[in-house]
Design a protein around this ligand. Structure first.
Ligand code: SF4
Length: 356
């Protein structure tokens, strides 16, 4: 079979496979092999189908095809950019905020994103929690009545079988104080065939609320199959939210970002978080600046429906949590007699009277 003619339904899990599909030129293999030795590589058939190999700036390829610039690590970048380790009392748990915990049950993903903030922790064969570790993590949650919400994360929890997910969800649902189970995943867009009725059912338990938060960064990711996969969750009674990462050359223009938010809302998915990319090693070429991102948020406001407005957030390096860092439309001083000035979406400023 000729290069570029391999079966399109094959998972691309090495730089050789990417080369065979004409996604990287053969002369770059040695340097990309160094990248792949450090950070996992995988592109699912669904994502490979979306990539135009003739477009050197393809926004889907940019998210998944390795780049030699990943070998350069800046001083401000580190392997744990949002400080998970500081808040991990037992293996698999991150307990940063009082009323919720992350439960990282698996360290594998369906794809490996080049900007991933956990890129040094995830990869094929990295496993996940053993039965004993899972029991200890669940004991931790069970012993803390202040934990209202559990966020299943990883890696990507939806690479696990419906049977394993059902077991974890059932054990969480047995805890009276856990009211909400949230699942963070990229699978509905990158491997939509995995979202079966059985998997959707596995995530529901009793009277607990389950939310699925989809990670998607470009409107093309919301393919027909991805939309159908999301509909299977929503029609099964699971509301969906989204999170996206602002990435240079992927979604850092208002038209693309607006189209992404509209595509999500059209799928009945409420845009939730828009992340400033974290200081993960070797990702500087993909990061935008906070100033650029705030300008994009201003461009969305007013020109796109309120349903299309995510909250732009930064995870503060060191583990201090997320803070909204979007533009402010209000200026003035609460104690002043002059009142407030409020900017409208066209940039015009308006006075709002002080409270007498
Ligand atoms: S799917 Fe999520 S955890 Fe996995 S590589 Fe992508 S960003 Fe990282």
């Amino acid at each position: 079979m000729e290069a570029g003619m391999k079966n399109k339904s094959t998972m691309l899990g090495s730089v050789d496979a990417l080369c065979d599909r004409s996604l990287v030129p053969r002369e770059r293999l040695p340097e990309l092999a160094q990248v792949a030795a450090r950070y996992a590589v995988a592109i699912t058939p669904a994502m490979a189908e979306l990539i135009d190999p003739g477009d050197a700036h393809d926004p889907i390829a940019r998210q998944f095809v390795p780049d030699a610039r990943e070998l350069a690590q800046r001083p401000e970048e580190n392997r744990d950019p949002i400080g998970d380790d500081r808040f991990s009392p037992v293996e698999g748990i991150v307990h940063r905020y009082p009323d919720r915990v992350l439960l990282k049950i698996v360290n594998a993903c369906a794809v490996y994103c080049r900007f991933c903030f956990r890129r040094e922790m995830v990869g094929p064969g990295r496993g996940g929690l053993s039965a004993r570790q899972l029991a200890a993590a669940l004991d931790y949650i069970g012993g803390r009545p202040e934990i209202w919400e559990v966020i299943l994360s990883g890696g990507d929890p939806l690479v696990l079988s419906a049977r394993r997910l059902k077991d974890v969800v059932r054990r969480l649902a047995a805890m009276a104080h856990v009211k909400v189970i949230r699942v963070h995943t990229r699978v509905p867009v990158v491997a939509p065939e995995r979202i079966t009725a059985a998997l959707a059912t596995a995530l529901r338990a009793g009277d607990k609320a389950t939310f699925v938060v989809l990670h998607a960064n470009h409107p093309r990711e919301l393919s027909k199959k991805a939309r159908a996969a999301c509909a299977r969750f929503i029609d099964a009674g699971i509301p969906m939210l989204s999170q996206s990462v602002l990435l240079r050359g992927v979604n850092d223009d208002a038209a693309t970002l607006g189209a992404l938010m509209r595509a999500l809302v059209e799928c009945r998915i409420k845009p939730y978080y828009l992340h400033h990319a974290d200081l993960a090693p070797g990702t500087a070429h993909l990061r935008t600046t906070i100033g650029e991102d705030r300008a994009l948020m201003r461009a969305l406001r007013g020109r796109y429906s309120g349903l299309c407005q995510p909250t732009y957030v930064l995870d503060i390096p060191g583990g201090y949590g997320k803070s909204p860092i979007g533009p402010s439309y209000l200026s003035g001083d609460a104690d002043s007699d002059d009142g407030w000035m409020i900017e409208d979406f066209n940039g015009r400023r308006h006075a709002y009277p002080p409270r007498r």
